[in-house]
Design a protein around this ligand. Structure first.
Ligand SMILES: [Cu+2]
Length: 154
């Protein structure tokens, strides 16, 4: 039973590879489950937040519910900064890469510390429309930004 399921799975992967070959697709993700999640209909969007002279820019960033988003945060300053999102990433599945140091609480991502010239990338899908504040919580920095998540259909 178990080996039969395994065999069918292999056959399916072979089919996917063949399809990719026939149609000339080279960026196949072989082995990934054949997911038809709604977010897969939309290409990933790249958004960047830059930190320079103790300021986040842009001051307002616009995202959309259901849109797979790669949020890149780049610290161009010579000092350490933090990215502390309020609510935006609570109980959200995400992938973080880069040279930042992420910290988590029970609710999810609490903050990412970004060393000088450090960079963090957060891959996630916004779940809820609204306006979300983020800030840097290092003493005396007083840096703040806003992320507006719009409804998918707008
Ligand atoms: Cu800062």
């Amino acid at each position: 039973m178990g080996s039969q399921t395994n065999g069918m799975w292999k056959a399916r992967i072979v089919l996917v590879v063949l399809a990719g070959w026939v149609f000339g697709t080279t960026d196949m993700v072989v082995g990934a489950p054949p997911s038809l999640a709604p977010t897969d209909q939309h290409p990933e969007t790249l958004k960047t937040i830059s930190i320079k002279a103790r300021q986040f820019s842009p001051s307002i960033l616009h995202l959309h519910v259901g849109q797979k988003t790669r949020l890149m945060i780049h610290n161009s300053d010579a000092e350490l900064h933090a990215f502390v999102p309020l609510g935006l990433l609570t109980r959200t599945t995400l992938t973080i890469t880069g040279t930042g140091a992420p910290e988590f609480s029970k609710e999810g991502l609490r903050r990412i510390l970004l060393p000088s010239h450090g960079r963090a990338e957060i891959l996630f899908v916004p779940k809820q429309a609204g306006t979300f504040i983020y800030y840097c919580d290092l003493p005396g920095h007083r840096m703040k930004g806003k992320i507006v998540v719009h409804d998918a259909g707008f």
